[in-house]
Design a protein around this ligand. Structure first.
Ligand SMILES: *Cc1c(COP(=O)(O)O)cnc(C)c1O
Length: 482
C-alpha cells in the first residue's frame, strides 16, 4: 500500500512532490494487474500501455491541481481499477452497435441506415470469401465491378446510365469536376445549402474548380434569373434539394421541368443533387410528397445524384444517374478511381436495390423504410410492452411515463415531416436525469435517448422489438447500481 497522510485526506500543494514519489512504479502495478481475474486474456503489451497511461494521467492530475491533493487519488486500489478499466476498454471495439431510442430514423451520428438482415448475411459471405468482383463468370474474362448495380439502377429508375461512388458528396464533386471545371454553374441562392459534416455547395463547387454563379434571392428565384445569368462560360444549370431546411412563406423556386426546358434552349445540361433520393413514393404511405428519383429522371434532369444511406436505406454510397454520354464522361474521370466504392459496399447496395424491385418488400424489409412507415398502433404496442416490462421490476422509485411525441426522418430529409410516435419516459427518485442518461449511454449495448422536462425519453419507433428486453435489463441494472 502507498502510505500517504493516513490521518488527513488533504495535503498542501508543496507536498505534491512527496506524493508523486510514492506512486507505485510501472512494474509493480503491472504485476498486480496481471494477477487480477480476466487479465490473463489480455495481451501484455495492452496491460503495459494501460498501466503507463494511468500513471501518467494521475501524475499530470496531481501536478495540475491547484492547492490541495487528495491522498486517495493515488491509492494502489484506485490505480489498479483504473488500469483494469483502461485495459478492457482497449480490448473492446470502439465502433459497436447501439440502441437508437432517439426517434431520429436516418441518424447521421448513429450510422444513418441499417441493412436488412438478408443483405448483411450476403455481405458477410461475399467479403469473407473470394468473389467475382471483377470477373465475368459467363465469359470467363475480366468483368466490371459495377455493371450489376448499374443495371439495377437503370431498371428501377428508367435512367439511361448509372455510376456509384463513395458518397453523395463525392458524387457531386465528381460530376462538377468532370462537367464544369473552369466553367460556370448557375445555382439559386435559395439552394446554397450546408449539410451536417461541413458539406457546403459553394465549397464543393470551389474544390471542383467550377465557378458558382448565384442567382435569385434567398426566398425567391425565377426562371428569368437563370436565363439572364447564362453566358458562353455556363457549363451547367444546377438544382439542389434543400434537404435539411424548408422555405415557407413568400417563396418561389423554379421546377425542374422548366429548368430543363431552359437548358434545352441553350444546350446546357441540368444537374439535380437530390440529397436523399426516394426510389418509392412515400406520399402513398402518408408522408409529404417528394419527387421520386424516377420522376426526376422523367422530368429530364441530365445528371442526378443522391446518397445510398439516407432514404434509400442502403450502405454509404453516392449514386449518379444520367444521360449515357455524360455518365460515360464522368466514368472516364481519373478522380472516379479515387472515389470508388469497395466490394462490401457494392454487395450491400446490390442487395438493397434488388429488394426495391417489389415495393411491398422494400417497405417491409428495408429498415429505414419500415421505420418510416411504421403504423402508430405498432409503435404503441411496443411502448406498452416496454412499460409493462419496466413495471414488472416492481420499483417504487421508478416513474414510467407514456408520452406522445414526434419522431424525425433525419439525414437532412423532410425536415418538416411530423411522424407521430410514442415514447416511454423514465424518472428515478434520488437519481438525476443526467445520471440516468449517462448510465443508459454507457450500458452494453449503449442506449441513446434524450432528456426532456427532466425525464429520460425513449422513442419506440427506432427501437427494435428485440431491444425491449435489453432496455428493461439496463433499467434494472441501473436501479441496483445507482
Ligand atoms: C446529404 C446530402 C449530401 C451529402 O451526401 P453524403 O452521402 O452525406 O455525402 C449532398 N447533397 C445534399 C443535397 C444532401 O442532402
Amino acid at each position: 500500500m502507498v502510505q500517504i497522510a493516513e490521518n488527513s485526506s488533504f495535503l498542501m500543494g508543496e507536498k505534491k512532490h512527496a506524493i508523486l514519489q510514492k506512486l507505485p512504479g510501472v512494474d509493480r502495478l503491472l504485476n498486480l494487474l496481471e494477477r487480477r481475474p480476466g487479465m490473463e486474456e489480455i495481451p501484455r503489451s495492452v496491460l503495459v500501455r494501460s498501466v503507463r497511461n494511468v500513471l501518467e494521467g494521475v501524475r499530470r492530475e496531481i501536478l495540475e491541481r491547484d492547492g490541495n491533493v487528495k491522498s486517495d487519488l493515488c491509492s494502489e486500489e484506485r490505480l489498479l481499477s483504473m488500469a483494469e478499466k483502461a485495459a478492457y476498454k482497449a480490448m473492446s471495439h470502439n465502433l459497436r452497435r447501439v440502441i437508437n431510442a432517439t426517434g431520429v430514423i436516418v441518424h447521421t451520428n448513429l450510422g444513418r441506415s441499417l441493412l436488412p438482415p438478408s443483405v448483411a448475411k450476403h455481405l458477410v459471405e461475399v467479403s469473407s470469401r473470394y468473389s467475382n468482383l471483377e470477373f465475368d463468370l459467363e465469359k470467363g474474362t475480366r468483368g466490371s465491378r459495377y455493371s450489376c448495380v448499374e443495371n439495377l439502377l437503370c431498371e428501377l429508375t428508367g435512367v439511361e446510365s448509372a455510376l456509384v461512388v463513395n458518397n453523395n458528396a463525392a458524387a457531386v464533386l465528381l460530376v462538377l469536376d468532370t462537367l464544369a471545371k473552369g466553367k460556370e454553374v448557375i445555382v439559386s441562392r435559395g439552394e446554397l445549402i450546408e449539410i451536417g459534416g461541413s458539406f457546403r455547395i459553394p465549397d464543393v463547387m470551389a474544390w471542383s474548380g467550377a465557378h458558382l454563379v448565384e442567382v435569385g434571392t434567398t426566398n425567391r428565384t425565377h426562371i428569368r434569373d437563370y436565363e439572364q445569368a447564362i453566358s458562353d462560360q455556363t457549363a451547367l444549370l444546377m438544382k439542389v434539394h434543400t434537404s435539411n431546411y424548408s422555405l415557407v412563406g413568400f417563396t418561389a423556386e423554379v421546377p425542374l421541368r422548366k429548368l430543363v426546358d431552359l437548358g434545352a434552349k441553350y444546350d446546357i445540361p441540368v444537374i439535380n443533387d437530390l440529397g436523399s433520393g426516394n426510389l418509392i413514393d412515400l406520399s402513398e404511405y402518408g408522408l409529404q410528397k417528394e419527387p421520386t428519383v424516377k420522376e426526376t429522371v422523367s422530368a429530364g434532369a441530365h445528371v442526378i445524384t443522391f446518397s445510398g444511406d439516407k432514404m434509400l436505406g442502403g450502405p454509404q454510397a453516392g449514386i449518379i444517374l444520367g444521360k449515357k454520354n455524360l455518365i460515360d464522361q464522368i466514368k472516364k474521370n481519373p478522380l472516379n478511381r479515387a472515389l470508388r466504392i469497395d466490394k462490401m459496399t457494392l454487395a450491400a447496395l446490390e442487395g438493397v436495390l434488388r429488394i426495391y424491385r417489389e415495393e411491398d418488400r422494400a417497405v417491409s424489409q428495408i429498415p429505414t423504410l419500415q421505420m418510416l412507415t411504421l403504423p402508430l398502433r405498432t409503435i404503441n404496442a411496443r411502448a406498452l410492452r416496454l412499460r409493462n416490462r419496466l413495471k414488472k421490476l416492481g420499483e417504487s422509485r421508478l416513474k414510467i411515463l407514456r408520452i406522445n411525441a414526434s419522431s424525425r426522418v433525419g439525414g437532412g430529409a423532410l425536415p418538416l415531416q411530423d411522424l407521430p410516435s410514442r415514447c416511454i419516459g423514465i424518472k428515478v427518485d434520488g437519481i438525476s436525469v443526467n445520471a440516468v442518461e449517462t448510465f443508459m449511454r454507457m450500458f452494453k449495448p449503449p442506449i441513446i435517448g434524450r432528456i426532456e422536462d427532466d425525464t429520460f425519453i425513449m422513442d419506440l419507433r427506432t427501437i427494435q422489438e428485440e431491444e425491449i428486453p435489453i432496455i428493461a435489463a439496463a433499467v434494472e441494472r441501473m436501479l441496483k447500481d445507482l
